[in-house]
Write a protein that binds this ligand. Structure first.
Ligand SMILES: CC(=O)SCCNC(=O)CCNC(=O)[C@H](O)C(C)(C)COP(=O)(O)OP(=O)(O)OC[C@H]1O[C@@H](n2cnc3c(N)ncnc32)[C@H](O)[C@@H]1OP(=O)(O)O
Ligand SMILES: O=C([O-])CC(=O)C(=O)O
Length: 373
């Protein structure tokens, strides 16, 4: 029987030198480097450089790159004004989508030779874009969007909390941003590449990708997973409620994957950080609940946690509000999206697949007077 190709599953839709997903069943590499090595040894900015510029930076290149990004963090005043006008109850992913689009109006990519500058500018401003809106909407405060934190993750945390970031949290942010940075032809990256294939500008590519990442079947799953686990006070309660969800045929967010069949290699890494953070904050239920959910999903459904599931508890333990979880994914995945846009532009043909027609046969035209009420 022909394989089920709905959702383009199993169809090769192009080439990439950026990433392999599940090539050996469970593996993940960025430009040939294993995700375990990157998450253990690298800082996020090194991985961003690797993805965007094709090789790991030397120490001098990394320092220069970090300094360049630090110097680009200030938000343009008209963008602040737009952010202030967005509703306080807007979804932060909608804020990111609008913010990116506004930036593209204020600093338009006039020519592809400018692409690296615009990518760096987005990388530098996205943490401030979301935290400026969040702090204004929540506290009515117009925060200073500069910080002395050299890393993107530390910068995000210090703007969010209004104080220097905890060193352990900075480490977790490096790992988290590395894990989320790139994943081949996932839905949001494919959106970015499709947009790029029309020779559109970089902000349009990234804005479209943000909208695609927002959905709960993709990046939005980390928030949905948090909403689920925070309802449960004990592992036994979690197990009982999960069994009810199975009966009602509900999807369990943060589990399963379109490509991986046995495990998502990012899970063990973020799970270990979640465990360490649970110890740091003295958590006695969220981490045990998460572990029970993992065990029950394996026992009952043979499904494993994807990158999103233990990100929920990890981010929560760092004091990050749930609606900001997916915007952090944006801050990270921007690097993968942008690297794919560059790759598409370097060897472009407009992406335009075909469809099998399932509509009616050719029909005679019916004038409007003859169509009835
Ligand atoms: C960073 C990321 O984007 S990772 C993905 C984040 N998304 C989520 O966590 C949302 C929950 N998971 C899902 O919805 C899916 O697993 C997806 C969207 C990730 C992958 O979808 P698909 O490729 O269609 O999944 P797949 O073909 O493996 O599904 C096989 C079966 O398992 C079921 N299944 C898969 N995931 C789940 C889940 N999380 N909960 C319950 N059942 C599930 C499917 O409904 C399907 O059953 P069916 O054949 O009776 O319809
Ligand atoms: O690859 C996918 O389909 C989804 C995913 O895990 C990601 O984008 O990180």
């Amino acid at each position: 029987m022909a394989e089920n190709t709905a959702g383009l599953r199993g169809i090769t839709a192009g080439e990439t030198a950026l990433c392999t997903v599940g090539q050996s069943g469970t593996g993940l590499t960025y430009r040939g480097y294993d995700i375990h090595d990157l998450a253990e040894h690298a800082e996020f900015e090194e991985v961003a450089y690797l993805l965007l510029y094709g090789r790991l930076p030397t120490r001098t290149q990394l320092e220069a790159y970090r300094e360049r990004l630090q110097g680009m963090r200030e938000l343009p005043q008209p963008l602040r004004e737009v952010l202030e006008r967005l509703p306080a109850d807007a979804h932060p992913m909608d804020v990111m989508r609008t913010g990116c689009s506004v930036l593209g109006n204020l600093e338009t990519e006039a020519d592809f030779s400018e692409q690296d500058w615009h990518i760096d500018r987005m990388l530098a401003t996205f943490p401030a874009m979301i935290t400026y809106w969040y702090r204004y909407a929540r506290d009515g405060e117009r925060i200073d969007t500069r910080s002395s934190e050299p890393s993107i993750g530390g910068h995000f945390l210090s703007l969010l909390h209004g104080k220097p970031a905890d060193p352990l949290h900075v480490k977790v942010m490096h790992a988290s941003l590395i894990l989320y940075a790139e994943h081949e032809f996932n839905a949001s990256t494919f959106t970015a590449r499709t947009c790029a294939s029309t020779l559109s500008d970089i902000h349009s590519c990234i804005t479209g990708a943000i909208g695609t990442l927002r959905g709960p079947l993709h990046g939005g799953a980390n928030e949905a997973a948090m909403a689920m686990i925070e309802q449960w006070r004990t592992p036994d309660e979690a197990e009982r409620e999960l069994m009810g969800m199975f009966e009602r045929k509900e999807k369990i967010m943060g589990f399963g994957h379109a490509i991986y069949r046995k495990q998502d290699p990012r899970n063990a890494i973020i799970k270990a950080w979640s465990r360490q953070l649970a110890e740091q904050v003295g958590d006695d239920h969220l981490y045990p609940v998460s572990e029970r959910v993992e065990a029950v999903m394996d026992r009952e459904k043979g499904l494993f946690p994807n990158a999103d599931f233990f990100h929920a508890s990890a981010y929560h333990f760092m004091g990050i509000p749930t609606p900001l979880f997916t915007p952090i994914f944006v801050i990270s995945r921007l690097t993968g999206w942008a690297a794919h846009v560059k790759e598409q532009r370097a060897k472009n043909r407009i992406i335009r697949p075909s469809a099998d027609y399932t509509g009616p046969e050719l029909q005679p035209w019916v004038p409007i007077e003859e169509r009835g009420e």
